[in-house]
Design a protein around this ligand. Sequence first.
Ligand SMILES: [Zn+2]
Ligand SMILES: [Zn+2]
Length: 213
Amino acid sequence: MKLHRIPVGPFATNCLLVGDEGGQGVVVDPGGDGEVIADRVAAFRLQPTLIVLTHGHLDHCLEASALASRYGVPVAIHPADLPLYRNLPRQIAALLGPAAAEAFRPDPLVEPGWLLNEGDRVPIGALEAEVLHLPGHTPGGIGLLIRTEPPTLICGDTIFRDGIGRTDLWGGDHETLIASIRNKVFTLPDDTRLVCGHGAETTVGREKAFFPY
Ligand SMILES: [Zn+2]
Ligand SMILES: [Zn+2]
C-alpha cells in the first residue's frame, strides 16, 4: 500500500492519497487546496477511482466535487452525513464567513454516488478497505480499515494523537464518540496505525495507554 498525506486548507486537514503498488486508489478527504492535491495525484501517478469522505465537515469535503468532476469518479460518504455534505455552503458561511460562502461555486456539487455503510468494502486497486461506522464527532463518521501488516485505520476526526474529535458541532455526541473509540478502534491490534484527520499519526496502543476519557 502507498499512503501519502497532504495537509490542506486553513485547518491543515490530512488529505490522503491511498493506492496499491500499481497506482490505482482513492483520494480521502480533499478538504482544500484542490490544485495541490491534483499536482500530487499526478506526481505520485495515482489513478483515482473514488473520492472517500470520512465525514461531512467542510474541511474534509471542500474539493470533493471539483476532484470528482476532474477525474470522473464518484464521491462516497456515510448516509448519516449527507445533511452536512449537502449544506456545505451553510457550513462555509458559519465557519469561514458569508464572503467565502459566496465565493464557493462547486461546479456542480456532486451528489455522492456511493453511500457507505458499516462492513462495506472499498476497493483500493488490488487492495480493499473495510468501512467502520464511527459516529460521535458527526453522525456519519467512518473509518477505513486496511488489512496491511500492521493494520492501518484511516479514522477521520474520531481520534487524534493525544486527543479526540470535538462533539460540540452539529450532530456531535460525546458518549457516542467514546463508544465508537472503545468498541471499534481500541478492539483493533495495539500496533494498528491510526492515520488521523489532522496532525501526526499514532497507534491504537499508544492512545489506549493514555486515554483519559
Ligand atoms: Zn470534523
Ligand atoms: Zn477536521
